[in-house]
Design a protein around this ligand. Structure first.
Ligand SMILES: *[C@@H]1O[C@H](CO)[C@@H](O)[C@H](O)[C@H]1NC(C)=O
Ligand SMILES: *[C@@H]1O[C@H](CO)[C@@H](O)[C@H](O)[C@H]1NC(C)=O
Ligand SMILES: *[C@@H]1O[C@H](CO)[C@@H](O)[C@H](O)[C@H]1NC(C)=O
Length: 439
């Protein structure tokens, strides 16, 4: 969840030219590609089970408060039992390996990614890059992939998907020097796409994936032919001015049926303050929280699941079990946690907050306008909503905004069918646009 970065609005300067800093410490040949499989080895599993078994009992949460004080200690016991005794590590390892995976070395970092070819090999191939965020992972997209790569009679193209783990997440290397924020990651991922042979492609992203995808779109308009995002935001001063005007005259800036997604501003701001302490912490002291979570899977799980609960529905903290099991299975959520636990990526992923809010190039790129066709997908329980006129201050060619009446921040995981269908509509429009007006 990255949106607080919005506060760092860039001040109308030129688009910076970022360099190809060597962020990683792998001196092997740049561009080398190797096949990869996720491994849940016995030693890791035994250590994890031991830690889960020996966790110190938390003080009981008050009766009747559900998750309002944070993750509920009664619910925690059941989750621990599930992870330790019922989660089938070997079966899940196999399931998570069902799509082909590789690593590619870019700027000293080995970047892990899934690559799935379209079912129809004879049609023109369109490449779609899907970007996850925090506390998500590539796992969010697993149920969306089959629908995207399937053959459809109505289309004369077929889709191939590339889904990387962000640097410092999942099975991708973390930087070994400071400074790798969201915009710098956009450079790394673009270079990865170039190495893989993609000159033109479409980008989709939510959460940090939206930030990074937006940066790629802005910096590489000849390569990114379209940008689909389920967390559309414009961090321009004009967008914030429109938001302020709407405080007094909402009808001027937002459709009246949607004004309650932005206003009253005080109510929305208070909600953000209540639910996003994690952001402030990771943006200032990522190592401290990282040490705690790396040592204790119970603590790590509580922290992550609480963020997923709050990001899924605004009412969830007041719901039994934080509402989690209404939207996800335990297996899905533990799969997602395994993407952090297995390769010790809890601390390194947290650093993205620290680095991004300090990147001057980042805020400049984010506030710089782009003409690349953009498509917004807007769920009611997304953490922030901006109207098309606000978004157009950044995305000059906003082709469409799909407004959902159900759904939250982790849309690909929560509603894969609706998410996939909207991405397909957007891809069709981007291909049409590129055929007509593309470079
Ligand atoms: C940030 O932008 C400046 C100016 O374009 C550039 O010199 C610098 O190398 C950039 N920083 C990174 C990390 O790319
Ligand atoms: C691929 O698409 C072509 C053209 O529409 C069609 O003739 C062919 O049967 C399709 N192949 C597969 C494997 O679906
Ligand atoms: C915002 O408004 C809603 C609906 O009136 C209310 O339920 C909620 O408690 C308010 N949130 C805050 C943080 O004030």
């Amino acid at each position: 969840m990255w949106w607080l970065v919005l506060l760092a609005v860039g001040v109308g300067a030129d688009l910076p030219t970022l360099d190809n800093t060597k962020w990683g410490c792998d001196d092997g040949p740049e561009g080398e590609i190797t096949p990869f499989k996720i491994t849940f080895d016995d030693e890791m599993i035994a250590d994890l089970r031991m830690r889960l078994s020996n966790h110190r009992r938390p003080v009981p949460t008050f009766e009747g408060v559900n998750h309002r004080y944070g993750f509920n200690s009664y619910d925690l016991e059941r989750w621990i039992q599930y992870w330790r005794e019922e989660y089938d590590f070997k079966k899940r390892e196999e399931a998570l390996n069902k799509y082909p995976q590789y690593k590619v070395r870019v700027q000293g970092l080995n970047i892990h990614f899934i690559k799935v070819e379209p079912v129809n090999k004879t049609k023109r191939k369109v490449t779609l890059l899907l970007l996850h965020g925090w506390p998500g992972s590539i796992r969010e997209f697993y149920d969306v992939i089959p629908g995207l790569v399937a053959d459809h009679d109505s289309r004369d193209f077929a889709i191939e998907v590339i889904i990387p783990s962000l640097p410092g997440f999942g099975f991708s290397d973390a930087a070994c020097i400071p400074g790798l924020g969201g915009v710098e990651m956009a450079v790394v991922l673009r270079n990865a796409m170039k190495i893989l042979g993609y000159e033109k492609y479409i980008v989709q992203g939510g959460d940090w994936g939206s930030y990074i995808g937006s940066a790629m779109t802005t910096m590489y308009p000849k390569e990114v032919i379209g940008f689909h995002t389920n967390l559309p935001t414009a961090s321009t001063s004009k967008a914030f001015m429109l938001m302020a005007v709407g405080h007094y005259f909402p009808d001027l800036v937002v459709d009246s049926s949607l004004s309650n997604r932005i206003y009253p501003l005080l109510n929305k701001t208070l909600w953000l303050l209540q639910e996003t302490a994690y952001f402030h912490f990771m943006a200032t002291k990522p190592e401290t929280i990282g040490i705690a979570m790396t040592d204790s899977p119970a603590g790590f799980m509580s922290f992550f699941l609480q963020c997923i609960s709050g990001g899924t529905r605004k009412v969830n903290p007041g719901e039994p079990e934080g509402g989690l099991l209404k939207y996800y299975t335990r297996e899905q959520l533990i799969d997602n946690l395994m993407m952090y636990w297995t390769d010790n990526k809890i601390t390194t992923s947290s650093r993205l907050y620290y680095e991004t809010i300090r990147s001057k190039n980042g805020s400049q790129v984010m506030s710089y306008p782009t003409d690349v066709p953009t498509w917004a997908l807007q769920a009611p329980d997304e953490i922030i909503y901006m109207s098309p006129i606000m978004l157009a201050t950044k995305y000059k060619n906003l082709r469409h905004a799909t407004v959902l009446d159900n759904g939250g921040h982790f849309l690909a995981l929560e509603r894969p069918a609706e998410f996939g269908a909207d991405v397909l509509r957007a891809v069709t429009e981007f291909v049409r646009w590129d055929d007509l007006y593309g470079y």
